[in-house]
Design a protein around this ligand. Structure first.
Ligand SMILES: Nc1ncnc2c1ncn2[C@@H]1O[C@H](COP(=O)(O)OP(=O)(O)OP(=O)(O)O)[C@@H](O)[C@H]1O
Length: 412
């Protein structure tokens, strides 16, 4: 193993059985044969009703690197994480980890429910090999970061799931891990905590190797410098070309669209992006090309479930690396759209844009304004994915971080 390589994974595979009864029977048989003679793990074959949940995974991670582990539901990400953190044993291959491994892979995993938050911090610290003195030194920081001062002497069984994640995350990042394993942790908790955690991960990456599982491509694009894309247990892509990895992830969904989030209240039937016909005529390619002087026109057909009285639509433009660079929100320009019809046909016109040359993508969020908290909630949100190319003038300079786009919404 090279000096600063902290994680080496070679030909790792894990099989599961589709049927519980058969799985129990195989379990008993395996125990017996393990007792009599150790089978070489390369010889292991699938038996009836078994399948490879993870197959032939190879990667290496050095200090300072962050691997984004992505893939559709059921691709094998959690199984791989469980093997990396030692919760389950691979059937084939070899995993080598150097140094202290901090992991937050399951809600509340690693906590003893009858012990208090404070006692659990000491417990976890000693499992990670820290001396009492070392834990004393970071205790206040852990409590402070988790924002759980008032509850730190309450048994963890009375914590909400969000509180458990906050404590688990805070423990994992403050115990000076050499390897940090994180499963979708940022998806839980309020947005303030998410931002704080995200910044903390960025800080930890400087001195550790981080493995980060997420379905949020903007998060992946922001912090990772390597991607492992899994599909049906296999590696679909492994490398350091982040935008390529993300692109391949999106391509796993039918064509160029992906419905990924909260689709229970709204359904996008169709979305087309095109330049204004007045200026450019319609585009013949499947990826529309837009001149920077032209308005971007978006036609949207969507259905919103009856229980939603009114809604608004947010269009989010991301660049090739999935960083958000432009947002248009219909609520800034008009009242919420009344949900008084079965199919809404909406037209958005975003005037001349300030994007530089390149490929962009647009996501749609159908959003509801919640008066009780004076905030928009993505409870009716739906993400739809469409690419477009921007042809910009050479004189265009740098694009500001995120622009709030003006525009108009029409019901047609
Ligand atoms: N204990 C188990 N017994 C049998 N099958 C299992 C077991 N655990 C996971 N699987 C199966 O293994 C496959 C991989 O599951 P895994 O949870 O690793 O996917 P994932 O990529 O983490 O998915 P998600 O994004 O939904 O969390 C799935 O088909 C799943 O049903």
């Amino acid at each position: 193993m090279e000096k600063d390589t902290l994680v080496t994974v070679e030909h790792v595979a894990k099989k599961f059985c589709r049927d519980l009864k058969t799985s129990l029977w195989y379990g008993v048989k395996d125990l017996g044969s393990e007792f009599i003679a150790r089978k070489k793990n390369d010889d292991i074959q699938l038996r009836e009703k078994e399948f490879w949940a993870v197959k032939d995974i190879n990667f290496e991670l050095k200090r300072g690197e962050c691997l984004g582990l992505i893939g559709r539901n059921g691709a094998g990400k959690s199984t791989l994480l469980k093997m990396l953190s030692g919760l389950i044993k691979p059937d084939k291959g070899r995993i080598e980890m150097r140094g202290r491994v901090g992991a937050l892979i399951e809600l509340g995993a690693g906590f003893n429910p009858i012990l208090t938050g404070r006692e659990n911090i000491y417990n976890n610290g000693s499992v990670l090999g820290l001396k009492k003195k070392e834990i004393d030194a970071v205790l206040d920081e852990i409590i402070d970061f988790s924002e759980l001062e008032a509850f730190i002497d309450t048994p963890v069984q009375y914590y909400s799931s969000g509180m458990r994640v906050r404590l688990g995350f805070s423990v994992a990042v403050h115990m000076k891990p050499d390897v940090l394993i994180l499963d979708e942790v940022l998806a839980v908790g309020d947005s303030g905590f998410k931002t704080k955690s995200f910044n903390k991960i960025n800080e930890v990456i400087q001195d550790a190797a981080v493995i980060f599982v997420s379905h949020s491509m903007p998060n992946i694009a922001t912090i990772t410098n390597k991607i492992l894309l899994m599909e049906n247990g296999y590696v679909e892509y492994y490398g350091d070309n982040i935008s390529d990895g993300i692109e391949r992830y999106f391509n796993l969904f039918t064509g160029d669209e992906a419905n990924v989030e909260f689709n229970q209240y709204a359904q996008v039937e169709d979305m087309t992006i095109h330049p204004s016909p007045i200026y450019s005529g319609s585009s013949t390619s499947s990826i529309p090309k837009i001149d920077y002087r032209d308005p971007i026109i978006v036609d949207l057909s969507l259905k919103v479930s009856d229980e939603i009285e009114s809604f608004h639509v947010k269009l989010q433009i991301t660049d090739k690396d999935l960083k958000i660079i432009g947002i248009y929100d219909s609520v800034q320009f008009q009242e919420s759209i009344k949900n008084n019809r079965e199919l809404h046909q909406l037209k958005f016109t975003l005037p001349e844009s300030i994007f530089i040359d390149g490929e962009y993508a647009m996501s749609v969020f159908v959003t509801q304004y919640d008066k009780t908290i004076s905030k928009s909630k993505h409870l009716a949100a739906y993400r739809y994915w469409r690419k477009f190319n921007m042809k910009a003038s050479k004189e265009l300079g740098l694009v500001p971080a995120v622009v709030y786009l003006p525009g108009i919404t029409e019901s047609v």
